[in-house]
Design a protein around this ligand. Structure first.
Ligand SMILES: [Zn+2]
Length: 227
């Protein structure tokens, strides 16, 4: 049987790696990205480039107006600054409440209609300060999705929330991605949405550390020159 997956693609390193790993694991790939009022909305441009390069079946870009409207998160609220340190508070001020629950719920609607049995999400151990990036969340979301799926009720199959990076850290995800040939020059991470990336926010720091551990220069730097 043809194996299909829909992947949450932000435009960052982890979801890019997920995309390239999925090319190996699945026959047909769909991608979904969300415009939720993030300051780094520019990541959606990178998500588009990545999904074009990966040649997906379809790339859905979904607006999430209620997340746009809710203030209080450093990722969406102009009055809350993105911290320059790595997660000084836990959960971090960059948490968007229930973001991944919203995203997985929306992706599962597409999964139900397109009869896709796998929903991919690129969370890893470095994301664990975010409550909705932990294994407990992923398994609970999967249970809820299966309980509410029309496809599952009809076909008696299962939907899997495919999260292959849960036991890995970001450097390990990068190592895998380098083996898979992920074009990291097409990925973007900065929470502040700056070009060039600020180099100070948590995700800039984590990205830099992952490339440092891999012993290489971030290829995004060269690709941004002249922009
Ligand atoms: Zn940054």
């Amino acid at each position: 049987m043809e194996k299909k997956a829909i992947l949450l693609v932000s435009g960052g390193m982890d979801s890019a790696t997920l995309l390239w790993l999925a090319k190996r694991e699945f026959d047909r790939i769909y991608a979904i990205s969300f415009d939720y009022g993030q300051k780094h909305r520019i990541e959606l441009e990178f998500a588009k480039k990545l999904t074009e390069k990966a040649v997906v079946e379809k790339h859905f870009i979904v607006e999430v107006p209620h997340l746009k409207g809710i203030k209080g998160s450093a990722l969406t609220d102009e009055t809350v600054e993105v911290p320059s340190e790595e997660y000084p508070n836990q959960p971090p001020s960059t948490t968007v409440p229930m973001r991944n629950l919203n995203f997985l719920a929306i992706a599962s609607s597409f999964a139900d209609i397109y009869e896709i049995e796998n929903i991919g999400i690129g969370v890893h151990s470095v994301d664990s300060p975010y409550p909705d990036c932990r294994a407990e969340f992923v398994s609970s979301a999967e249970a809820a999705i299966n309980a509410s799926s029309v496809m599952v009720a009809k076909k008696k199959n299962r939907i899997t929330v495919w999260s292959p990076f849960l036991g890995m850290d970001k450097a390990e995800v990068l190592k895998l991605g380098l083996e898979l040939g992920v074009p990291y020059e097409l990925t973007y991470s900065c929470y502040r949405g700056e070009i060039p990336p600020c180099g100070e926010c948590a995700t800039c720091r984590q990205r830099e550390e992952a490339f440092r551990q891999a012993g290489m220069e971030d290829p995004l730097k060269n690709s941004l020159e002249g922009r």
